[in-house]
Design a binder for this molecule. Structure first.
Ligand code: AHR
Length: 317
């Protein structure tokens, strides 16, 4: 009798263990993502890529838009800790100031994935991996294109991205590396347009109103949105963008290809925002306890007006 009861109990326990294992395997993954904001066409495409990939994989995504403020991002990261998400991912608006909150996340044993922009921390165990572009190389590519197009002679106005952000710092660095090899190219005006079209237009207007505006022969914009704003400013001032002033920018959004096809923008260096699939591959690898490289780079190209019409129908953002 006892023997039969023991057998039944063993059987019930085994069934329950199986059911619990199945439940654990089926548990929906929860990922907290803190996005910078919606400052550019690039950012909108980046957000769409992340949201749609999460839906596709049945991942519960806690998405927070920081409206380009670091303090909002830090608040969002703390709320993800409080909610006990499985993984935290974020695209840091600026490079510095993350060490304390990343340390809190580490103490809560939540893995962190950085996307798009890097952070400046002394302890790189504070994040598992960083998936993003090589911004220094993008700046170099923009500089190389301009050096070739102008045979190394250009008086340049520069529209800088968000101050303190990785793409603004790195793109400037890469571009200036090329200027150092081309003494006939110099930056005469440089100001932040915060990666937005409206600010890009406003700053370009002020460049064009300055007494020495006539000497400007080229514009380097750290992103397409600022270049598109600057194009408007030039047209309103009676200047032919793409002809009177050559323009090179970064991102490769559809609007930039349209401007190139219309002869108003000369070159865009691609920066790929469609990193949702890579982000959630990384999240899955973390859950599967696989080792990830500290850095995963996104592959990108450079496009000029001669390729614009052909490439336009293929653009996904
Ligand atoms: O971090 C990527 C940059 O941020 C893109 O070039 C820009 O358009 C965006 O706002």
């Amino acid at each position: 009798m006892n023997n039969t009861r023991n057998k039944i109990l063993t059987c019930v326990a085994a069934t329950m263990a199986c059911a619990l294992t199945a439940l654990a395997a089926d548990k929906q993954l929860v990922v907290g993502f803190s996005q910078i904001g919606a400052e550019s066409g690039w950012r909108t495409a980046n957000t769409d890529s992340i949201k749609s990939e999460a839906t596709k994989r049945n991942i519960s995504l806690k998405f927070a838009d920081a409206q380009q403020k670091q303090e909002n991002q830090i608040k969002a990261l703390r709320s993800f800790i409080a909610q006990g998400v499985d993984v935290i991912a974020f695209s840091p608006v600026v490079e510095t100031g993350w060490q304390p909150v990343l340390t809190e996340i580490k103490k809560a044993h939540i893995p962190v994935v950085l996307t798009d922009r890097a952070v400046n921390v002394t302890d790189d165990s504070l994040f598992v991996t960083f998936i993003g572009s090589d911004f220094v190389e993008e700046g170099r590519r923009a500089g190389e294109w301009l050096a070739k197009a102008t045979s190394g002679k250009a008086v340049i106005a520069e529209l800088v991205g968000t101050p303190g952000s990785a793409p603004a710092i790195d793109r400037k660095k890469g571009f200036e590396e090329i200027l150092a090899k081309n003494p006939g190219m110099k930056i005469v005006k440089s100001q932040s347009g915060d990666f937005t079209r409206a600010k890009g237009k406003e700053v370009m207007e002020s460049f064009l109103k300055s007494p020495d505006a006539k000497q400007i022969t080229a514009l380097f914009a750290h992103n397409d949105d600022m270049a598109l704003g600057a194009i408007q400013a030039m047209e309103e001032a009676g200047i032919k963008p793409g002809k009177d002033i050559l323009i090179v920018s970064i991102d490769g959004v559809k609007g930039a290809f349209e401007a190139m096809a219309a002869g108003k923008l000369n070159c865009t260096v691609e920066c790929n925002p469609l990193i949702g699939p890579q982000l959630f591959d990384a999240v899955q690898s973390i859950m599967d306890k696989k080792t990830l490289p500290k850095r995963t780079q996104v592959l990108e190209g450079v496009y000029d007006q001669s390729q614009a019409a052909k490439e336009l129908p293929n653009r996904k953002y």
